[in-house]
Ligand binder design. Sequence first.
Ligand code: INI
Length: 181
Amino acid sequence: MPDKLKLKSIAGNLTAAGLRIGIVISRFNSFITERLLEGVLDALSRTGAKENQIEIVRVPGAFELPVAAKKLAQSHKPDSIICIGCVIRGETSHYEHVTTEAARGIQLAQIDTGVPIAFCVLTCDTLEQAIDRAGLKSGNKGFEAGLAAVEMGNLSRQLRAASPPHTRSAAPAKSPRSRRR
Ligand code: INI
């Protein structure tokens, strides 16, 4: 990279102070989703969130996560949302439909509303895999999603506030009159 370019980059920090966070959690496989919720809340409290900054919405299954997340984003306008679910592969093709539509719907909801939505939906072949990812062997995926939500909430705030690069200048521009002299 040439020495003379001093490029500014923007990244969200991991401080939850002042952020409003929504959580949408599915009751299906609640044995797993409640553990993921514990991981999310751990990340939020370690980054400084207080109870009055967090709102929890419950839905029947992962298939219902997108519509609830979208409505929450539109009505309460949180800084970010975390969708929590767990889909375990069964004998039928139901699994494929639920996982595909949950992922697609959550992506559409965040693109349509502009509110970042962390994807904390486990898609597993077995219950054992789900247990591992909800805090046993592979850490708690809820914790990762909580951190992502805090980072993206802060990034969104900064992007809303930041002026685009071409409007910034290192030194104030001289007026045409003073340049003529
Ligand atoms: N919902 C889940 O969240 N996880 C699953 O594993 C699951 N399976 O396997 O069926 C599941 N199904 C329910 C679905 O999300 C809807 O709630 C239901 O189809 C009603 O719309």
